[in-house]
Ligand binder design. Structure first.
Ligand code: GLN
Length: 380
């Protein structure tokens, strides 16, 4: 049968490709971003208790009220934004579903969406699947900061949305207050919706403060913030995240969300509601990961790989300029197969496949793993 593909040039996600390759070659997997340390026993017990208590049927479509209520409180405390849990918080099956449902709900055929490369791999295909037109602007190493003049020059009457991501995957860059004020000004002037991927909100280092769009009232009115419990509680496999957005935007997101997944895992939501009520369970995450970043950097001291600045997320970029002329994909493949250490080539996050001799390494790992990885890197 003949049929046309909606995404003809899209293959399997790089995260699946590299994890499979790492497994096949018994390589240390610093490619796909996930922690290798355990989830809190307390949280696991809470899930068990909630399953035993009978919370095993469909949750309400927007999420369990107790969870949305505590999220609204945490948002208020953290970002000083009054949040109505009934109408402004929606629980999604992870950040990826939150992004999909938001774009599906808000992007019309032919709408342009400005995004910044290196961009997380789902952004571009999700925009296109929903009829939108992605407009890619490149961020450059080592700082990966946004050129706001370029942004202004890229806005057309068809521009509907901008997507941002801070702390940024894969670069570890974080947006500043000045960036946010600029974003706010542009978004208001051109009536743009801002989709803000903030899944690494708590993984931020060196006294930097996370600049959520929620901290800027006028901007927040026309934005969606996306968060992820997988990142905050070391449980990427649970696939639970949420959006915070104005009532009008939330109403639209839920129209899509209810037909993408309807509702999200019930006992987990009850457990997360209880667990989130103790701020000790999330307030120290930045410090925890800063130690990991510093430990990893200490392990690679003396290696020919050059670290780029990293202020957030659990990814460290390393440059191999001067070590090899291989393309990033070739280098990542060679390292996985021959050196038994798997990274992610940064070129996959650029629409134009910019090859800058950069590899991404996930440092959400135990010290033993990071030590071994450091030994390998020092020998290359
Ligand atoms: N967010 C993770 C990363 O950037 C991977 C998620 C996935 O495998 N789809 O590595």
């Amino acid at each position: 049968m003949n049929f046309s593909s909606r995404l003809p040039e899209v293959g399997t996600s790089i995260f699946s490709v590299m994890s499979k390759m790492a497994q096949e070659h018994q390589a240390i997997n610093l490619a796909q971003g996930f922690p290798d340390f355990p989830v809190s026993e307390k949280l696991i017990d809470l899930i068990y208790q909630n399953m035993k208590a009978g919370h095993n049927q469909y949750a309400p479509m927007p999420g369990v009220p107790a969870l949305r209520k505590i999220i609204a409180q945490v948002v208020e405390q953290t970002y000083n934004r009054a949040t109505d849990f009934e109408n402004e918080v929606t629980i999604a099956a992870g950040g990826t579903e939150a992004i999909f449902s938001t774009i599906a709900a808000l992007i019309d055929f032919g709408d342009e969406v400005i995004l910044f490369d290196p961009a997380y791999d789902c952004y571009d295909p999700v925009i296109r699947l929903n009829g939108g037109v992605p407009i890619h602007l490149n961020l450059k190493p080592p700082h990966f900061s946004i050129d706001w003049q370029e942004v202004k020059a890229s806005i057309t009457p068809r521009t509907k949305m901008m997507m941002i991501n801070t702390p940024h995957n894969p670069s570890g860059a974080v947006m500043s207050e000045a960036d946010m004020l600029m974003l706010q000004q542009i978004a208001i002037e051109h009536e743009l919706i801002v989709l803000s991927d903030e899944v690494y909100e708590r993984i931020i280092f060196d006294e930097k403060v996370h600049q959520s769009i929620l901290k800027y009232p006028a901007l927040a009115q026309q934005s969606i913030a996306v968060f992820s419990f997988g990142k905050t509680f070391h449980a990427t496999g649970w696939k639970v995240g949420y959006t915070v957005a104005s009532e009008a935007i939330t109403r639209e997101i839920r129209k899509a969300h209810q037909f993408v997944t309807f509702s999200v895992n019930t006992p987990l939501q009850f457990a997360l509601a209880e667990y989130l009520s103790d701020s000790e369970n999330y307030l120290h995450l930045g410090k925890f990961y800063q130690q990991k970043r510093d430990f990893f950097l200490a392990q690679i001291k003396g290696s020919s790989f050059q670290p780029l600045p990293c202020f957030g997320s659990y990814f460290q970029l390393l440059s191999y300029e001067g070590i090899s002329c291989k393309s990033e994909m070739e280098m990542a493949t060679w390292m996985t197969q021959e050196k038994k250490l798997a990274p992610i080539p940064v070129s996959v996050f650029y629409k134009d496949s910019s090859d800058q001799k950069l590899l991404r390494f996930c440092f959400a790992k135990g010290e033993e793993t990071l030590t071994k990885a450091g030994e390998i890197l020092k020998m290359i």
